[in-house]
Each structure stands twice: as C-alpha cells, then as structure tokens.
Ligand binder design. Structure first.
Ligand SMILES: [Zn+2]
Length: 194
C-alpha cells in the first residue's frame, strides 16, 4: 500500500530481471512431482504485503498448501469462493488466517482509505477496503466469519494469527484451539480443480 504508481518513470522496470530469474528457476525446478491436492491440508489466508513469505514462514513447500492473498488478508467473497473449492474438492482441512504488524490497512478506516484514493483521482464509491482499526480484532472477526459461514463452517478448523514482519514470529490470536469439527481426511474425494 504505497503511493507510487506502476507507471512512475523513476521506478526501474524489473521485468528483464524477472525473466532471467525464471530461466534460472526452470533449470533447477524440483516441483514436477508436487501434489495438486495440498498434502498438508492447509489453506492460508494472508495479506499481499511484500514482507510475508507464507510458505516459508510455516516451513511448507510446493504441493503442501493453498495460499490466498489479498490486501489485509481479509475474508472477501473471493477468499470464501477459493476456500469452498479448496476444502470441498481439494481436501484442505486447516485454515490459518494471518494478519500482520505494520499492515497498510491497519490503524485506518474505510473512509480514510477512500479519501486517500480520491486525493489520487480514484473515486471508489463505497468500495469495502478491508481497513481495520485493531489488528487483533480484525483477526478474530475474520476467523469468526469463516467459522460461521454456511459454506465453510463445520468442515474445517479455523485459527487466527498475527505475523510480526520485523521478527518473523507468528503468534496465535484467540484462546481456543480453533477446532470446529472432526473433519474426515477427504481421501475419497474426487479431484476437480486447482
Ligand atoms: Zn498487510
């Protein structure tokens, strides 16, 4: 969440570097046998913040988890859509909602963020920005939203966490274990998407 434009002429274009990096990645690619159905049965919902490496901070690799990212790591319609497909068709059972310190959406409000956009010539009307005033509260709210969602709740465990971008530490939020229901292992479910 910064004010710089992608068209800002002062910003160097990274695309050549990215293409070079991908060529090197292909040379050493070791994901050919990675599972399509995440074999840790984990679904992570977290922020798009550039300082978060969701798989690495959890010790996960290719084929182990689904990762859904958006501004703030908030429960959006698309997060729900993805989680429904993930948990129903691809066997994920454990949802980690991870918000983080120093988030661009934290300590602000929808109105403030909309005003900032308007000052830059973008009128977003009543768009929900996902802004939150209290970090712990935002985690608890999103955990509760998922647990009580008719298409999600009861089939997965949902736990909330705060990631500290300055230490790398993940702290649980909320007192209970987050276990919602004794979900089966999904071993006989048909593969469909992913
Ligand atoms: Zn963030």
């Amino acid at each position: 969440m910064t004010g710089s434009s992608p068209l800002d002429s002062a910003a160097p274009d990274p695309r050549d570097r990215l293409a070079d990096a991908n060529r090197a990645y292909v040379e050493h690619f070791d994901g050919v046998d990675a599972a399509k159905r995440p074999n840790a049965h984990v679904f992570v919902l977290t922020c798009m913040d550039a300082r978060i490496d969701p798989l690495r901070l959890l010790g996960l690799g290719l084929g182990e988890a689904h990762v859904m990212r958006n501004a703030g790591g908030r429960v959006s319609d698309d997060a729900v859509r993805s989680l429904v497909l993930s948990s129903t068709l691809l066997g994920t059972r454990h949802v980690l909602v991870i918000h983080h310190t120093d988030c661009g959406l934290g300590s602000t409000s929808d109105d403030e963020l909309r005003d900032q956009l308007r000052e830059r010539g973008i009128d977003v009307g009543n768009l929900w920005t996902g802004a939150f005033g209290d970090l712990e509260r935002s985690v608890l709210d999103d955990v509760e939203t998922l647990r009580s969602h008719p298409l999600v709740g009861g089939r997965v465990t949902v736990t909330g966490h705060i990631y500290d971008v300055h230490t790398g530490r993940l702290q649980p939020v909320g007192a209970d274990s987050g276990v919602e229901a004794d979900a089966d292992d999904g071993a006989d479910r048909d593969d469909a998407t992913g």
